[in-house]
Design a protein around this ligand. Structure first.
Ligand code: AHR
Length: 306
């Protein structure tokens, strides 16, 4: 747990009439997951009475760094951000630390040895998500299986970790081979484009493992255009479980989805209030998540909020 008092704006912030100001540097609007995450953050800030300064980095690290610098200049009470990529944050986070503005990592982690640069990290266990995807495949596959992996943004924590967990889980089955692995940048257009090329270079693909629903949905379009049946001729595994993904799963075009929960807003605002007051918070808050088969998707689809 992080110590009380150090580096926080402290004082009477959060008391009536003295609104906490949060600077939030979002990754972008690349996916259905991200849209749901942004909505959750905005709504929860409103409910918690926190003034939110919001910026969209359009998936570019330099934009996020600029946004964080501007929040430091504006002397916000707390900065929260979801880092586009894992590395390259130490300099700007040191500036925040020197300005005594606490930082919360949300959704994605950074790769830094200096853990004093942030108070806590709220988000999913992406390695575990990859493991769940790999375990399902290892449990259902028989005989040789050629996998095409559609990776998320190069250098992003979920892309690195979802690959790691998946590889770990399929290691026990040497018949399962990743024959191609390329980034589709977590977008539907990216997934479609990469899949079109992969279908030409690897006509023997049996399974697509997409690091998110959007890329999986893009792959479905490419597979159909190539005259094949997604979910049948080529099985598809994705991560997220946003509504469009769950619909495709219910329709049998996706075969399995590992959930990644974007509704982090309420927990984020609770943590923000605590760090601003100088209270201690856990170093790591992990989101609870599940998995879905076609049958399960059919049952929950109508109540799916995002
Ligand atoms: O960091 C979470 C990931 O980012 C989601 O799984 C993906 O859809 C998003 O773009």
């Amino acid at each position: 747990a992080c110590g009380a008092g150090d580096g926080s704006a402290g004082g009477s912030k959060g008391a009536a009439g003295d609104k906490i100001v949060m600077g939030f540097a979002q990754v972008g609007a690349e996916s259905g997951w991200r849209t749901a995450n942004t909505k959750s953050v905005r709504e929860s800030a409103r409910t918690a009475g926190i003034e939110l300064k919001f910026s969209d980095a359009q998936q570019k690290q330099e934009n996020q760094i600029k946004a964080i610098r501007s929040y430091i200049q504006q002397k916000v009470d707390v900065i929260a951000f979801s880092p586009v990529v894992e590395t390259g944050w130490d300099a700007v986070l040191l500036e925040a630390k020197r300005a005594k503005i606490p930082v919360i990592l949300t959704d994605r982690a950074i790769d830094s040895t200096d853990t004093s640069l942030y108070k806590t990290f709220l988000g999913s266990d992406f390695v575990e998500e990859g493991r769940k995807a790999g375990k399902w495949l290892a449990g259902t596959a028989s005989g040789p299986v050629n996998v095409a992996e559609l990776q998320g943004t190069t250098g992003a924590a979920p892309a690195i970790d979802r690959q790691k967990g998946f590889k770990e889980a399929i290691a026990q089955k040497p018949d399962i081979k990743i024959v191609a692995s390329q980034s589709g940048d977590f977008t539907r257009a990216g997934g479609k484009q990469v899949m079109e090329a992969l279908l030409r270079s690897h006509p023997d693909i049996d399974v697509v493992y997409a690091h998110n629903d959007d890329m999986g949905l893009g792959a479905i379009e490419a597979i159909k255009a190539a005259g094949k049946k997604p979910g049948t001729d080529i099985k598809i595994i994705t991560v997220d479980a946003v509504k469009a993904g769950m619909q495709a799963l219910a329709d049998g075009e996706i075969n399995y989805i590992v959930e990644c929960n974007p509704l982090l807003g309420d927990q984020l605002m609770d943590l923000a209030k605590k760090v601003v007051k100088g209270e201690s918070v856990p170093e790591r808050v992990v989101t609870e998540e599940t998995t879905f088969t076609t049958e399960q998707a059919k049952k929950v689809l109508k109540d799916r909020k995002y």
